[in-house]
Design a protein around this ligand. Structure first.
Ligand code: PLP
Ligand code: COI
Length: 360
């Protein structure tokens, strides 16, 4: 059972050469390049968590009746390992990902994974694939996930699961790097409703967001902004990021938790802003008010944040009724300062005043 799970490292004769790896990580983009290994841990009703392996990255063999393929019982996390300027490899608040993973597991009627096992799986993968962590601006994106692997078509929580971690060297999420992005406000699709799965990081939420994201792309935008399901009025979040608003009186607002993903970067941004004496309100903000505040000049900056994206400002907003700019389409000083401070802590370029780094 959990507290006696021992990791086994299976020899891997298929590692890429140093030259091939160096070429792949030179300009990795996002989520296209993968490392040599993965970690898997199995769960069954009888044995609990067992069979933890660090092994060559390879395809799974899945039965066509496997529950995840039919009922989408699947959750995941997103986190990064960094190579600091001093060469040290660090993770950034991985305990928060472990905790949120278990909150997602609970919501999706899946077994929770002991935090120490989650952390050990992450650390073992980062250690064995450390050569894949890009230097400089890049990082190693880690994708822990769990899926139902029961061979059964009845609708009930599965009795068999696989937990896995894969890793991908990444650069910037958006092709423009840190340049302001444009967003499309969806007025016909919502991401989540009260009582639904919005706060869980489950694959189904993303499947449901794709048509709205495709609309955003059709309108020439980088990302979609979702409004609430009940009134189609209150700003919630983007397809893969949380959102913040900066006003002319220096205050900052972000939508409250509930139906949105409780972003780990969101919590860091709130802490970093408050540390600077900025008043941060977690409160509902209507899209009608957003337009009015942009027009009056009361709204100075808008930015989005997430593990993949870090902090990026929003320059242009499109919606079915037209479009408008924020800050003339340029990144503002509050966004820039928060981004610089966050990146400096993540990369070990400044004192870790909040104790957020975990060095391997
Ligand atoms: N909201 C959604 C829907 C996301 O997919 C993400 C990314 O993980 C976030 C917000 C930001 O969360 P975090 O900062 O924990 O990466
Ligand atoms: C992340 O930021 O880790 C996510 O999962 C979001 C996705 C857009 C990559």
């Amino acid at each position: 059972m959990a507290d006696s799970v021992q990791f086994q490292t299976i020899p891997n004769s298929n590692r890429l050469s140093d030259e091939a790896r160096a070429q792949l990580i030179a300009e990795p983009g996002f989520g296209k390049v993968f490392t040599d290994h993965m970690v898997t841990i199995e769960w069954t009703e009888d044995a609990g968590w067992h069979d933890a392996r660090v092994r060559a990255r390879e395809p799974f063999s899945i039965d066509p009746a496997s529950a995840v393929l039919h009922y989408a019982q699947e959750i995941f996390e997103g986190m990064k390992a960094y190579r600091g300027s001093d060469g040290a490899i660090t993770l950034f608040r991985p305990e928060e990902n472990a905790r949120r993973f278990n909150q997602s597991a609970h919501r999706m009627a899946m077994p929770e994974l002991p935090e120490e096992l989650f952390l050990e799986a992450i650390e073992r993968l980062v250690a064995i694939d450390a050569a894949w962590i890009p230097a400089g601006e890049g990082s190693l994106y880690l994708r822990p996930f769990m899926f139902a692997n029961d061979v059964f078509l009845g609708v009930r929580p599965a009795k068999r699961y696989v937990f896995c971690v894969i890793a991908s060297p990444v650069g910037a999420y958006f092709k423009g790097g840190a340049k302001p992005i444009s967003v499309w406000v969806s007025d016909n699709y919502s991401r989540a409703a009260a009582g639904g799965t919005g706060a869980a990081k489950c694959g189904g939420n993303y499947a449901g967001s794709l048509i709205a994201q495709a609309e955003a792309i059709e309108h020439g935008c980088d990302q979609v902004v979702f409004l609430d399901a009940a009134e189609h009025r209150w700003v919630e979040e983007l397809g893969g990021m949380n959102i913040f608003f900066v006003f002319d009186d220096g205050t900052v607002k972000t939508p409250p938790l509930g139906t949105i993903l409780p972003g780990i970067t969101r919590a860091l941004v709130i802490a970093l802003a408050r540390d600077k004496g900025i008043v941060v309100e977690e409160a509902r903000y209507g899209f009608d008010q957003w337009q009015a505040d942009a027009q009056s000049g009361r709204l100075r900056e808008v930015f989005v944040c997430g593990t993949a994206a870090t902090i990026v400002s929003v320059g242009r907003i499109l919606h079915s009724g037209g479009e408008f700019l924020i800050g003339g389409g340029e990144a503002g000083p509050v966004t820039q300062d928060l981004r610089d401070r966050l990146v400096a802590i993540q990369r070990g370029e400044t004192n870790d005043q909040f104790g957020w780094r975990r060095t391997l």
